[in-house]
Design a protein. Structure first.
Length: 264
């Protein structure tokens, strides 16, 4: 079972320390925060070669959440679009040096949900993904697209539309299923899961109270995970507990991972 935490869950700037914390909590997988590569140009991170060696010695599976802050892969503005793609490619270069095997992307956004703007944004997003996946293929990194909560500025209005877009890649693109996002989407968690289930190869899991994206531990919030535990415990992909609330304690993280693994 490939299971672990988001780098942001662990409140440290050291990747090697994050690996140690994850291991102590019972995990074997770590998802890195790709925006740090852009924010600090790698200066506050350990050398990627040392991270790669450390992860391999610990037999850790590494994933990366590619940049999403101020990034829009569906932008109509050529400067923003090019900067967004370039930023993701830069993080992908760093991910390869570290030894990342799977990377997550957010889809783009639109200022207004009208047919023409959505059509143009989807074309931009598709072009972005083709460029990114071409490089990822050379690096042996699998790209997976995350479901958003389908807010007013999200490119996709419903989960069927999101799936239809992914299907245009004919199996080349998979889904990172985010339980928290699905729970606050208009169609809800159950519907989103049933539609996207065949395409899921990566999971983000956290809890909320049904109104906003809170990234709570699994033992808090209103999502009842029991009906999904069979799928999760037999899942062959990777699972990241994205528990990023500053109020969560280390014990909450430990209880959450033990719950998913079926441990007391």
């Amino acid at each position: 079972m490939k299971i672990g935490f988001s780098f942001l869950s662990l409140k440290t700037y050291s990747v090697r320390r994050a690996i140690d914390i994850t291991q102590n909590l019972g995990g074997n997988t770590l998802e890195l925060f790709g925006d740090l590569v852009l924010f600090f140009n790698g200066r506050l991170l350990e050398k990627p070669e040392r991270i790669r060696e450390y992860a391999e010695n610990k037999n850790f599976f590494l994933t990366m959440h590619l940049p999403y802050i101020d990034i829009n892969l569906g932008s109509f503005n050529n400067l923003i679009w090019k900067s967004s793609v370039d930023g993701v490619l830069k993080a992908l270069d760093y991910a390869y040096k570290i030894g990342v095997e799977r990377a997550v992307l957010h889809p783009g956004r639109v200022p207004l949900r009208i047919f023409l703007l959505k059509y143009l944004a989807k074309k931009r997003l598709k072009k972005s993904l083709e460029i990114i996946m071409d490089k990822a293929d050379k690096y042996g990194i699998e790209i997976t697209l995350e479901n958003t909560y389908l807010g007013d500025n999200d490119l996709f209005e419903n989960v069927e539309e999101f799936k239809k877009f992914i299907d245009t890649f004919r199996g080349r693109l998979k889904v990172c299923f985010d339980f928290g996002h699905a729970n606050i989407s208009p169609q809800g968690l159950y519907k989103s899961f049933e539609v996207l289930r065949p395409l899921i190869n990566h999971i983000h899991i956290h809890n909320n109270n049904g109104t906003k994206d809170e990234h709570l531990s699994l033992v808090k919030g209103k999502i009842q995970f029991e009906e999904y535990l069979g799928f999760i415990r037999n899942f062959k992909g990777s699972i990241i507990l994205e528990i990023n609330s500053l109020n969560e304690k280390r014990e909450d993280l430990k209880r959450s991972i033990r719950y998913l693994k079926g441990e007391r």
